[in-house]
Write a protein that binds this ligand. Sequence first.
Ligand code: CA
Length: 241
Amino acid sequence: MSNKPMILVVEDDAAVRNLMAVTLETQGYRYHLARNGAEAMIEATTHQPDVMLLDLGLPDMEGVEIIRKVRSWTNLPIIVISARSEDADKVEALDAGADDYLTKPFSVDEMLARLRVALRRVNADPQGASQEAAVYRNGGLRIDYAAGCAFMGEAEIHLTPIEYKLLCLLAKNTGKVLTHNYIVKEIWGGCTASEVGSLRVFMAMLRKKLQTGDGTQPYIQTHIGIGYRMLRVDRGAEDAP
Ligand code: CA
């Protein structure tokens, strides 16, 4: 990216907003600030930000409403900021199309880490190209969609049909937190408590099969009470031309 990334900060709390602005400034990001939902919509349409940081507790509009509106014309990454500790509002925001979340109080390091993940998604897949690609590559992981096989390095990963579907779903949404409900709907077509339970079991097996030689598993991240995310791994085949 030749230009500095542009971040849109939507936050009604002046102290938090200023801290975020100062942090972005010192890290070399460009930014625009919005104090409420109405300003957010104007800024999002006029400045075409690369990432939106959206506080869910705004005076004039529900965060979910803003996400739905923004999603009607753009796929830009949205990281929601939630003041509440319960997961329901985050899950609702993710199901409405948000990519990720931060819980208040958060550190500036956490915020910057989430921004890097979001920007990596944009840079890795600027036109949504991974939706169409015949082969998915991420670190040592490779999925050959046409053949219906997945590989770690040169070795084929032996997956059950459900595990393979889960892997593909996560891969096609790399960088994005997918909720339990969303995954269950995509895989089984419905959503009951027993399916969410099954999902945990299948996901545990899949994660185990993705372990690398040193026993770590850098690909699928678990968000307790919320869902799962495929992370972009910056090494191995990913760096090859
Ligand atoms: Ca607020």
